[in-house]
Ligand binder design. Structure first.
Ligand code: AP5
Ligand code: ZN
Length: 216
């Protein structure tokens, strides 16, 4: 399957994507994860985007489109892909359309995670992440087996630099202004699948899977 997960910060994109990867043997391309890896590596690009991300603003279309282009052609993505956090602007969506057309790989579905802003504050402020793998937990909704330790490696869990109320306000504003128009954009292209994201994660996953009925 080839899909985009569209939704505001904390909607559950990063929670759902690995389950789709597991179910359909596709690749997971998260521009947020890629940018955080750049920051962790100390690269020039990482240094450039560090403050932008902490403050909750969007990085440029050029940077993220280049990252997606480089990754979509990898063997791991030949069976399909789940794009998590990309595209986020109409400009990015137009560039993606062009790439997919060139590759002859149209989208099956664009899943929109629908949820009220009020629910997202608690989700974001309770999130814990295992940086090396990108696995995420929640202090209340998905606690690790041992407090502040990754279930698989036992390594410490951290908080993201943009997971605070101030940056979240900026991220939500960016979502509503620049990203939410993509729901109608993909509606016009007949691939939009809205899902209620304010349910337990396993129910959200079932609803997402229903967007791919008849696909394998
Ligand atoms: P990115 O990493 O994409 O962050 P985001 O869009 O703000 O989304 P999140 O990762 O916060 O939310 P999520 O939906 O993945 O939630 P999760 O499943 O983890 O981007 C970060 C930054 O990078 C951007 O702000 C921007 O600066 C830059 N960037 C990235 N892509 C870009 C692009 N294309 N263009 C420009 N700039 C870009 O869940 C959150 C928490 O809730 C977790 O703790 C989880 O356990 C919990 N949870 C999940 N589902 C449930 C549930 N159903 N019930 C209860 N708790 C739940
Ligand atoms: Zn995420």
């Amino acid at each position: 399957i080839r899909t985009i997960l569209l939704g505001p910060p904390g909607a559950g994109k990063g929670t759902t994507a690995p389950k789709l990867v597991n179910e359909h043997q596709i690749c997971h391309l998260s521009t947020g994860d890629m940018l955080r890896e750049e920051i962790a590596s100390g690269s020039k690009l990482g240094q450039e985007v560090k403050a932008v991300i902490s403050e909750g603003r969007l990085v440029s279309d050029e940077i993220v489109c280049e990252m997606i282009k480089n990754n979509l052609s990898k063997p791991a993505c030949q069976r399909g892909f789940v794009l998590d956090g990309f595209p986020r602007t109409v400009g990015q969506a137009d560039k993606l359309n062009y790439m997919l057309k060139e590759n002859g790989t149209p989208l099956d579905s664009v899943v929109e995670f629908k949820i009220d802003d009020a629910v997202l504050v608690e989700r974001i402020c309770g999130r814990l992440v295992h940086k090396p793998s990108g696995r995420s937990y929640h202090t209340k909704f998905a606690p690790p087996k041992v407090p502040m330790k990754d279930d698989v490696t036992g390594e410490p869990l951290m908080r993201r630099s943009d997971d605070n109320e101030e940056s979240l306000k900026v991220r939500l504003a960016a979502y509503h202004a620049q990203t939410s128009p993509l729901a109608a954009y993909y509606g016009e292209r007949n691939v939009h699948c809205p899902v209620n994201a304010d349910m337990p994660a396993k129910d959200v996953f079932s609803a997402v899977q229903a967007c791919f009925a008849n696909k394998k």
